[in-house]
Ligand binder design. Structure first.
Ligand code: GLN
Length: 547
């Protein structure tokens, strides 16, 4: 039976609660325990699938096809445990489940209330798979005191009571602001936050305090006294140069020890931190730097491409170089020649995206990479744009485009080299969709197998010819144009097992030009960089030596 760690936040948001949870998961693993991490989000959207990446950051897709919060990406990157649909839930999903049950008559005519019906639904969710791991870490989104969060806080309070004593602990993350004028670290906001938490019946066992520097003894004692925790359970979370330092930094601060003490696990198994020492060594002792241009749409908010940024860092670690990624708005290339912008980069990446805006610019970026022999990695939409570029400029199909853009504009302007997929095979079943189907419910989502052509560059990179990667898209490259494109050198080197859906294309006589219909970035980890990213950065290093 799992032990449960509930992670809450106070004072302000964006303190790195997800990172703290992920790092704690990694530290418990280092001590030989199995873990699973979960995110409970108070917002009312049923899932983040239709939320704007500008507002909410990237949508992280699991193997089983759930569109989840980007924190699940952190969890996976730190623990290597593949997230599942049942690792993320929102108020919207909880309420929608409750209302569905009510309509079905499951509650036998009873009055449906937040307590106990909504809280029971939350507790049922927390319990899923509790027999599988030693520790279940559940992070509650938002901060204590938020109206939306209340049912979640109430549910975890009850949960702690439902379980035998000592099986649940509460960890609270707050901010210690530093007042420069007086040179002081202030504990008052944390005191208030803990007071708020205690007023709803939750007493934190471990207090993690985000601060610019170390916490002086005096403040630590004050926090312990006023917040009713033990002094050695007050953990400083100082600003870090790299997120991948977090497991080692939290270990130095005693986080994992404090957690094991709170559970009275004694003697605590010794940690093996070799994996994280190697990761830190690769980050802090990198030699040289490569510059990679990311030509995309959501360039204002780095979180919109979180996993890509991280996967590039991992690719750098694999090659012991630093990757300097520059984000360029694709729309610029619709007005200006891309050359002055892109010259000087050692590789170009065009990420996934939705909608027509910026796509002509992405096509220009693909053309630049192809013509100049610069390494190019096209992900999802980035692959589709590379195919359209090839069709227009190499295979004499000047009107080539994607049906996605015709659907958007309501006009038929393009030869659909990329078309809307309405039927496909998933495992043993056939999935069917209509264009008008619900937004959010119409995509090819989650893990699918691809078969790689023997002797192709991708087969060599992966070291195998059968791979599983995660998908999130509605449109597909049409195999109708395959022969024409292959004749010109754009090889369809990865296909779905039934041979109908192109998964990978690569230019034959190019230094490194690969487009993938899936999202390899979602599976990359600092201690196991994704082979495509590792090799893409290797090619960038090679290019950097030529200039
Ligand atoms: N918009 C494209 C599609 O739906 C690409 C999606 C993506 O890049 N994730 O197929």
């Amino acid at each position: 039976m799992a032990r449960f760690i509930f992670i809450t936040g106070g004072v302000v948001s964006s303190l790195g609660k997800g990172l703290a949870s992920a790092a704690l998961g990694a530290l418990l693993q280092a001590r030989g325990f199995s873990v699973r991490l979960r995110k409970l989000d108070p917002y009312l959207n049923v899932d983040p699938g239709t939320m704007s990446p500008f507002e909410h950051g990237e949508v992280f897709v699991t193997d089983d096809g759930a569109e989840t919060d980007l924190d699940l990406g952190h969890y996976e990157r730190f623990t290597g445990v593949a997230a599942r649909a049942t690792d993320s839930v929102s108020s919207g999903r909880i309420y929608s489940n409750v209302l569905e049950k009510e309509r079905r008559g499951d509650y036998l005519g009873k009055t449906i209330q937040v307590i106990p019906h909504v809280t029971n639904e939350i507790k049922d969710f927390i319990r899923i798979g509790e027999d599988e791991v030693d520790f279940m870490l559940c992070e509650i989104g938002g901060t204590v005191g938020d109206i939306e969060g209340l049912p979640f806080f109430e549910a975890i309070r009850q949960f702690g009571q439902d379980k035998p004593r000592g099986q649940c602990i509460f960890m609270h993350l707050t901010l210690l602001p530093y007042i420069r004028a007086s040179g002081e670290l202030k504990t008052k906001p944390t005191q208030h936050s803990v007071k708020e938490l205690r007023s709803i019946g939750i007493a934190p066992d471990v207090l993690v305090c985000r601060s610019e520097g170390p916490i002086p003894e005096k403040e630590r004692e004050k926090l312990a006294l006023f917040c009713n925790v033990r002094p050695d359970s007050v953990i400083a979370a100082q600003d870090l140069k790299s997120i991948y330092e977090a497991p080692l930094a939290y270990h130095r601060e005693g986080l994992d020890q404090a957690v094991l003490d709170a559970f009275q696990i004694s003697p605590a198994p010794k940690p093996d931190l070799a994996r994280w020492e190697d990761v830190a060594d690769r980050i802090f002792n990198a030699e040289g730097e490569v510059r990679i241009a990311i030509v995309g749409k959501y360039t204002q908010l780095e979180d919109a491409y979180k996993s890509i940024a991280e996967a590039l860092t991992h690719g750098g670690m694999a090659n012991r170089v630093r990757v300097k990624a520059d984000w360029i708005d694709a729309e610029i290339f619709e007005r200006e020649d891309p050359s002055p912008w892109l010259e000087g980069f050692h590789a170009i990446l065009v990420p996934g995206g939705f909608g027509e805006r910026g796509t002509e610019g992405k096509i220009k970026a693909a053309q630049f990479a192809r013509e100049r022999d610069i390494p190019y990695l096209g992900i999802c939409l980035g692959m589709q744009m590379a195919v359209i570029e090839a069709a227009r400029n190499v295979a004499q199909l000047p009107d080539a485009g994607s049906e996605e853009f015709d659907h958007e504009s309501g006009k038929k302007r393009f030869t659909p080299v990329v078309y809307h997929l309405k039927e496909w095979v998933q495992g043993n079943a056939t999935v069917r969709r209509k264009v008008e189907d619900d937004k959010g419910g119409t995509m090819r989502l989650g893990s699918y197998t691809a078969h790689l052509a023997e002797g192709s560059r991708v087969a060599q990179i992966y070291g195998t010819t059968v791979i599983e990667e995660r998908h999130r898209h509605r449109y597909e490259v049409d195999t109708r144009y395959r022969d024409k494109l292959e004749e010109k050198g754009l090889v369809f080197s990865g296909m779905s097992p039934d041979g109908r859906l192109p998964e990978i294309v690569e230019w034959k006589d190019h230094r490194w030009f690969i487009g993938v219909q899936f999202h390899p970035e979602l599976k990359s980890k600092p201690f196991a960089p994704h082979p495509l990213f590792a090799d893409f950065v290797r090619a960038a290093v090679e290019t950097s030596r030529l200039v």
